[in-house]
Design a protein around this ligand. Structure first.
Ligand code: FE
Ligand code: FE
Ligand code: MG
Length: 164
């Protein structure tokens, strides 16, 4: 880690690392929830939903990469086991045990709403005390806001279809 880059962080670095590792856990769990959801989902509009889930899975994996890069820059270690993801996650993991499209969409909308809350909270806590982490959280938040909107739009189309 660059010494000056670390020196400018105007708050407890361990506090930042805790926030980032919890978000890192969320991203891996979100990735897997989307990845598996795309495999098992069934019902009307399945093809459109699968395309969106695959795209979101790729985004969550990219977020995990972005967050891990920052953790390492700050001298930390990204969580080393999946067990720790489950212990430290903010948003948890909803298994796609019921593969019906409506249920899968609802689970992932809930996940995105949690992610939005988490990154907004990181932005508020870190603020200008750590502008690099702040910027990272803003970039990811933009994606999570888009994810929620994409899923809610699909859910609205599905409602119309189910009522016919
Ligand atoms: Fe994400
Ligand atoms: Fe997301
Ligand atoms: Mg999308």
């Amino acid at each position: 880690m660059g010494t000056k880059g670390r020196e400018i962080v105007g708050m407890d670095i361990n506090k930042v690392l805790t926030l980032l590792n919890k978000a890192f856990a969320d991203e891996w769990l979100a990735y897997y929830q989307y990845w598996l959801g795309a495999k098992v989902v069934a019902g009307p509009m399945k093809d459109a939903v699968i395309a969106e889930l695959i795209q979101h899975a790729a985004d969550e994996l990219r977020h995990a990469d972005m967050v891990s890069t920052r953790i390492i820059q700050l001298g930390g270690t990204p969580l080393t086991t999946p067990k720790k993801w489950l212990e430290q996650t903010n948003c948890g993991y909803d298994p796609p045990d019921d593969p019906f499209v409506k249920k899968i969409l609802e689970q992932n909308i809930k996940g995105e709403q949690c992610a939005i809350t988490v990154y907004n909270s990181i932005i508020e806590q870190v603020g200008l005390k750590d502008p690099v982490t702040y910027n990272l959280a803003v970039q990811i938040l933009e994606d999570e806001v888009e994810h929620e909107e994409d899923l809610q739009a699909l859910d609205e189309d599905l409602q119309v279809m189910l009522k016919k």
